[in-house]
Design a protein around this ligand. Structure first.
Ligand SMILES: *Cc1c(COP(=O)(O)O)cnc(C)c1O
Length: 674
């Protein structure tokens, strides 16, 4: 059998001849080696090699910036995202111009950090050659499309894209059903592949889709919008598709997974599916196959349902299992998927050391079992071209960072190397030059201190902190050579407080109209992984100001340190583990002790005032370092840049996945072998 025939015998593609025959050949899968996929598929169906099945509601694979699959036909316009609106304190520009970048739409099946982490995890699992499969959902209308309207804030719109022509994404002939109390849902499977950095291995991602003619109108829309939450019925259906559908998909594909890794309670119904018909003893054994990672201490991140809703949708036996392991006696007897996961997964972890402490306070009776494994980012995805060139130039000192990101600690050795310090600054300026060029309509300047805050908009992340006192901000800009601020982020359409924060930001920006010569502030529409990389690699300071202790980890700062971008941050999440290191400026409220506190008491006044103090220090140092283009090579600013890169030797998903392997997956695989 030739390779293509072999592939098509393992993976049955719908409409292969009509649609995909040009892009999938004996050698190539959309421009990448088919041989790597064949290896992975064969390992996943072998009975000897047990694999890990990784469940996540969302995946941010970022193909616009990492391994963009090629197609013979040009990319369809529905799968491009070329125009981003801007809301700035140069309103006249915003009305006439949008930011134009010719790029593909990043596979729109994620909303934020959880998705990006899941995507980076698949890539690092591929880099490490693990037998691994991701399970997720094909969101037919993505998350949503964001528009800003003057004095009206964010207007969410439905997003349209075309899965059938999205490069690298293929529909399978396989179908599964999910049997519920009063209906049966039909699900189609799709596949996508995450390649390792060197393209030698891959991890498949299986995506579930209910948009099929055999389903009711309601069921067809279930895999429409990610995190649609009109009511708890929608939420429950989306979760049972992921959990129950995911297990059935693995069986349908013949994958011999032996460890089920659940991200958030979202995927908890996987256990229900596997336990159906089991005795108590069998259920206890089954727990040894499940691992659960909790990603947030914030209340909205924990799914709860009334028993009435659960029993009206699930079969009685499934309902009883959820009730048995998931009843939240402290919370009106609701079914709580977090508790369900804690009770059914032997391995449980938080996503940073600090989050581990917080989670142990939140769930004291589970405390002894709660481990922590600090998040990371996929180095190869988030490292900018100019920095990759820099590391290549100094390869003899740094070593092979591509397959071993821990080598970046060797950048420390270059601390006193005058040429390296200069080259490091130039690499940064190259990125900043590129950013200013993209934003040239708004006259962004490459020798003015530039700060960015960009992430999912949620109250505890305090997106408008830096705009609390615009007079103070203008004053800092006046005294220290000007200031540029770039903001971006989407608020969940049902999150009223977050939408209010967007309004606050837009009116603060508007009020700075007359100060535009001193300070430039802009908010970009439709923050995505492309902008995530652009901003984290090209501004001077990455601002991160969540209210402690509510940021479980945070990862955008890790992308920034990798690219030598200094941190201005509250001490929360991953930052706690690096807070003794000179990465930039730490400020604001610090959380200590056993009480979690109130996530709605945002401490805006005290913490913004603290922020302005450190911003002023940073602006002074920036002016001394970069005097209108003339560089002080000895500046402590450059010491801090070096320290940032050194820390990225640790805060990456390769180290993280190796830790999961050692602390979670291998122990489960060996329990189950004996
Ligand atoms: C990295 C990233 C995130 C996560 O950022 P946090 O700082 O962890 O909130 C969210 N969205 C996008 C598009 C990203 O690239």
């Amino acid at each position: 059998m030739n390779p293509l025939q072999e592939y098509l015998s393992l993976v049955e593609i719908e409409d292969f001849e009509a649609r995909y025959a040009k892009d999938i050949t004996d050698e190539n899968y959309f421009g990448y080696p088919l041989a790597s996929i064949l290896d992975a598929e064969k390992r996943l169906i072998s009975k000897t090699d047990k694999s890990i099945a990784y469940f996540s509601m969302e995946y941010g694979l970022a193909p616009s910036i990492y391994h963009s699959f090629h197609t013979i036909e040009p990319l369809r316009s529905q799968n491009k995202f070329t125009q981003h609106g801007v809301f700035s304190n140069m309103r006249a520009m915003d009305n006439y111009f949008a930011l134009r970048i010719d790029k593909r739409l990043d596979l729109p099946i994620y909303s934020g950090g959880l998705g990006v982490l899941a995507g980076d995890t698949l890539k690092s699992a591929a880099d490490l050659g693990l037998s691994f499969v991701g399970i997720g959902i094909l969101w037919n209308s993505g998350y949503f499309k964001q528009n800003f309207w003057f004095q009206d804030g964010q207007r969410p719109q439905e997003m349209y894209w075309d899965p059938k022509t999205y490069p690298g994404l293929i529909p399978l002939k396989n179908r599964i059903i999910i049997p519920l109390k009063n209906e049966t849902i039909h699900v189609r499977l799709w596949k996508y592949y995450a390649y390792s950095y060197d393209q030698k291995s891959v991890v498949p991602l299986v995506l579930l889709d209910t948009n099929l003619p055999g389903n009711s109108e309601f069921a067809r829309k279930l895999t429409g919008q990610l995190y649609r939450s009109d009511d708890e019925v929608w939420k429950l259906y989306q979760r049972l598709i992921l959990g129950m559908g995911g297990i059935r998909a693995l069986a349908e594909l013949g994958y011999s997974s032996d460890v089920y890794h659940l991200n958030e309670g979202h995927a908890a119904l996987a256990f229900v599916e596997r336990a159906r018909g089991f005795s108590e003893a069998q259920i206890n054994d089954l727990k040894e196959h499940f691992a659960y990672t909790c990603h947030t201490p914030v209340s909205a991140g924990h799914d709860r349902f009334t028993k009435k809703t659960v029993s009206s949708i699930l079969n009685p036996e499934d309902f009883r299992l959820l009730e048995k392991f998931g009843t939240d006696f402290d919370n009106h007897g609701l079914v709580n998927l977090t508790l369900f996961a804690l009770n059914t997964c032997v391995k449980v972890n938080a996503v940073a050391a600090k989050h581990g402490q917080v989670m142990r306070h939140q769930f004291p009776s589970y405390a002894p079992r709660i481990q922590s494994i600090t998040n990371g980012v996929h180095t190869y995805t988030w490292l900018s071209r100019s920095f990759s060139n820099l590391f290549k130039k100094y390869e003899s000192e740094i070593g092979p960072w591509e397959n071993d990101p821990s080598s970046l600690k060797n950048v420390e050795k270059l601390k006193n190397n005058h040429d390296f310090r200069r080259d490091l600054w130039l690499a940064h300026q190259e990125n900043k030059h590129h950013l200013c060029f993209l934003l040239r309509t708004w006259q962004m300047k490459e020798d003015v201190l530039t700060v960015s805050w960009a992430r999912r908009i949620a109250a505890y992340k305090r997106p408008s902190l830096i705009l609390q006192d615009v007079h103070r901000l203008v004053d800092i800009a006046r005294r220290h050579g000007g200031l540029q601020i770039i903001l971006a982020g989407k608020a969940h359409p049902k999150d009223n407080l977050a939408e209010t924060q967007i309004n606050e930001i837009l009116s603060a920006i508007d009020s700075l109209d007359k100060d535009r010569e001193l300070i430039r502030v802009m908010m970009l529409e439709n923050y995505d992984t492309f902008f995530g990389k652009l901003l984290t690699s090209s501004v001077d300071i990455w601002l991160n100001n969540p209210l402690p202790p509510f940021e479980a980890s945070g990862t955008s700062g890790m992308k920034a340190i990798l690219n030598g971008v200094l941190q201005m941050t509250t001490v929360d999440g991953w930052v706690v583990e690096a807070s003794e290191r000179p990465l930039g400026w730490f400020f604001g409220y610090r959380h200590e002790g056993g009480q979690i506190g109130n996530e709605w008491d945002l401490r805006l006044k005290e913490d913004s005032s603290n922020l302005y103090e450190v911003l002023e220090q940073a602006a002074q140092l920036y002016c001394r370092t970069n005097q209108k283009g003339a560089l002080d090579v000895q500046s402590p600013w450059i010491d801090k840049m070096i320290e940032c890169i050194v820390q990225s030797a640790y805060f990456n998903t390769q180290r993280m996945v190796e830790e999961y392997r050692g602390k979670i997956w291998q122990p489960l695989l060996s329990i189950n072998k004996s």
